[in-house]
Design a protein around this ligand. Structure first.
Ligand code: AMP
Ligand code: MG
Length: 410
């Protein structure tokens, strides 16, 4: 039976559980140069093949010595010099020290490095004051990573810092999952592209460019089908085209109960709707399900609803298809500085800005209002003020739970 007919609204956590239990990562992987793999998702765990540091080396510019030789304070003559990239062939002689620079291998017999600021050159050799603890300023072999250690798990989205990590252990390439193909379109007879002149009753299509930019940021391949009119045949054709070539179809608009809202009907005809009404605000009408080949997420048309539900529902779906584990947004308790309008029934995701005031996390509402058309509420925010389904109005000073924006919204 299709959920389409079920009365009532589905809470967000149940919707996510149902959605994620059905989705599996797309198949297919490729091996890429690490420097070209930022944003891609590891297909397998990456293990270190070497110990890091590769050899014991100095953490300071200074003098290497055998600690016990220096405790009596007698000057130690300099036996030789070793710079980064060199090696000292002979072992340290008793009662001597070596000039050593940061990154240079510790000569055999040296166990401690004294920074040069604490060394004094005399005619008889070098004296040290203060003498550090034995083993000071030495970076021991294998103390960062050991050969065989898992450096990155499977399902990890590579960041620029991971490029440094992987190349530090000598890897030149990495195996990642194939890029996800996602189709996006907006539906609505009133929608025009930015840069054109609006006729009466028209508005600019902001959802599709916004969603396209979010998808670019997630590193997926985007098939942008443009603006589709409120016409069942055109919508059907758009879903069929997307279904043939993509893993996931994201549409905006037409999913509610208005007279020009055909998206849900077409999805019901062309595929299976798993759910389409959520107990959240903004974003009550939202359809998730599958076509013959691709999954779909039909987002609501109101600009805030569209982007917020993309974040809360479509991003977890995308991450799962990309092979990443589910990662709920980080939560934090805060004191609200303002009254918050809320009626029991749905879970609210009001947009807010949190900061630390006198050591306490506080939050205020953003934008000129919390209407689902008021995009400034989202663009000025750094968190959602997540108000529980059963909660009523909130007064200043009450504790609320924040869901912090992640790098998708940043
Ligand atoms: P709908 O979900 O199609 O009923 O649309 C709800 C509201 O969102 C209406 O005011 C639409 O004009 C507006 N809307 C729909 N799609 C877009 C879009 N792509 N960009 C901006 N606003 C939109
Ligand atoms: Mg519409």
């Amino acid at each position: 039976m299709s959920c389409y007919d079920l009365p009532g609204l589905l809470p967000l956590d149940q919707a996510l559980t149902r959605m994620l239990s059905q989705l599996t990562p797309v198949e297919g992987e490729e091996t890429l140069a690490i420097t070209r793999a930022v944003g891609r998702v590891t297909a397998q765990a990456v293990c270190a093949q070497v110990n890091l540091p590769v050899f014991d080396n100095s953490a300071m510019d200074g003098y290497g010595l055998r600690h016990q030789d220096a405790v009596n304070g007698k000057p130690l003559p300099v036996q030789g010099r070793v710079l980064a990239g060199e090696t000292l062939d002979e072992a340290l002689k008793p009662g001597h020290c070596v000039r050593i620079m940061t990154g240079a291998p510790m000569p055999e017999g040296c166990d401690t490095v004294v920074m040069q600021e604490n060394a004094r050159v005399t005619d008889q050799g070098i004296t040290f004051d203060p003498l550090p603890e034995p083993g000071a300023n030495v970076r021991l072999h294998g103390t960062d990573l050991k050969a065989g250690d898992v450096v990155l798990p499977a399902g990890h989205r590579l960041r620029p810092i991971d490029v440094a990590l992987l190349t530090s252990i000598g890897l030149a390439d990495v195996t990642v999952r194939r890029r996800l193909k996602v189709s996006v379109f907006a539906s609505g007879d009133e929608l025009q592209s930015a840069g054109t002149t609006l006729a009466p009753g028209q508005i600019y299509d902001s959802n599709r460019p916004g969603l396209h930019a979010l998808l670019d940021k997630l590193g997926v391949e985007v098939l942008d089908l443009g603006v589709i009119p409120d016409n069942p045949d055109a919508l059907r054709q758009a879903f069929r085209t997307a279904n043939e070539s993509c893993d996931l179809v994201i549409s905006s608009g037409g999913v509610s109960v208005g007279e020009a809202d055909f998206t849900r009907d077409i999805l019901d005809e062309e595929g299976d709707i798993e759910f389409w009404k959520l107990a959240i605000k903004p974003g009550k009408p939202l359809a998730f399900g599958r076509l013959s080949q691709a999954w779909f997420v039909g987002l609501p048309g109101n600009p805030v609803s569209s982007l917020v539900t993309f974040h809360l529902i479509a991003v977890p779906a995308l991450r799962c298809l990309m092979g990443m584990p589910h990662q709920p947004l980080a939560q934090l308790n805060a004191i609200t500085r303002e009254p918050l309008h809320k009626t029991p029934g749905r879970m609210d995701f009001q947009r807010g800005y949190w900061d630390l005031q006198d050591g306490t996390v506080q939050v205020r509402c953003t934008g000129s209002g919390q209407g689902s058309h008021q995009l400034s509420s989202l663009t000025e925010a750094n968190c959602y003020i997540a108000l529980e389904q059963d909660r009523g109005p909130v007064t200043p000073g009450e504790t609320v739970t924040l869901w912090l924006f992640d790098d998708v919204m940043a």
